[in-house]
Design a protein. Structure first.
Length: 294
């Protein structure tokens, strides 16, 4: 689950989140852990351009600070950046941040990365927008080398060393063809951000073909899916793409994604309050997840 409150784009946040804060973030994260969720995710924007603020708002909690704070409040659930915009930072800074997070969390960090999309934010950061793809590819190479070896980046060393062998998994986010190819060639997994234009089956086929061509077909690789649900009947106007109803119906929908090759599904139940969201997390964990497992 991508956590509420910490990122308040009007495309995904619900009205109650505007007045919520750390207490609600922590309550939702611990509910996810209690119900066996695989990870909680935190988004990334540094400085939202004025022209985008009416749609995106300017409320975006710092990714690494928030994940580190959550590491101290949880014990088992994994901690994902969804997604960290690599061109905004030197790759050694990113490597250091996520190696440290991995150590402090006992090996629970996942580095989800992206190339970014807000051109005005690139301008504010002094980063060339047109070169974001190249900068992202180069950063991934440096980060993975640093994760794998203390001196992997050359004449400079980085420690403390991550708990996970080879460092935190690096998942590439995005639903464009460029993002899919980047994930297949350089990443340890793929995080869709919205349905890919080519369709999920074609996207997964492209991932597999590209990984085979790159000689990476046998390496572990995570493939993400997405699912907006409401267990039971909501009794209020939820977004039209929300799947609602009995647990069996929801489990079938998730199983269909698994059949295509999806290894993890990011869920986002609509809610009118933190309490309602937590109730839905509990219902999903207790009623739907066991059916998916079977």
């Amino acid at each position: 689950m991508q956590l509420p409150v910490q990122a308040q784009s009007k495309l995904m946040a619900f009205p109650w989140e505007e007045k919520a804060g750390p207490a609600e973030i922590a309550a939702v994260a611990t509910a996810c852990e209690r119900n066996g969720f695989g990870y909680v995710g935190v988004c990334d924007h540094v400085a939202v351009p004025r022209e985008l603020a009416p749609r995106m708002t300017t409320i975006w909690y710092d990714t690494v600070a928030t994940l580190s704070w959550l590491a101290a409040r949880t014990e088992r659930i994994r901690l994902l950046s969804h997604v960290f915009v690599l061109p905004y930072r030197h790759p050694l800074v990113t490597a250091k941040s996520f190696m440290t997070l991995d150590v402090l969390s006992g090996g629970r960090a996942i580095l989800g990365v992206g190339a970014g999309h807000a051109e005005g934010e690139f301008v504010a950061m002094g980063v060339p927008f047109a070169e974001r793809g190249r900068l992202t590819d180069e950063a991934i190479t440096v980060i993975k080398a640093s994760f794998a070896d203390e001196w992997g980046a050359g004449q400079v060393g980085q420690a403390p060393r991550p708990v996970q062998s080879g460092g935190p998994p690096l998942w590439v986010g995005g639903s464009s063809k460029a993002a899919l190819l980047r994930a297949a060639r350089l990443g340890d997994g793929w995080l869709p951000q919205g349905p890919p234009a080519m369709g999920m089956e074609q996207a997964i086929a492209l991932l597999r073909d590209t990984r085979e061509q790159a000689g990476r077909a046998d390496a572990p690789f995570a493939i993400g899916g997405g699912f907006s649900f409401y267990v039971g009947e909501p009794g209020w106007d939820v977004p039209e793409w929300t799947v609602r109803g009995e647990p069996e119906k929801l489990a079938e929908q998730i199983a269909a994604q698994a059949t295509m090759g999806v290894t993890h599904v990011q869920v986002r139940p609509p809610s009118r309050s933190a309490d309602e969201l937590i109730d839905q997390i509990d219902a999903f964990g207790q009623q739907v997840a066991p059916l998916v497992s079977r």
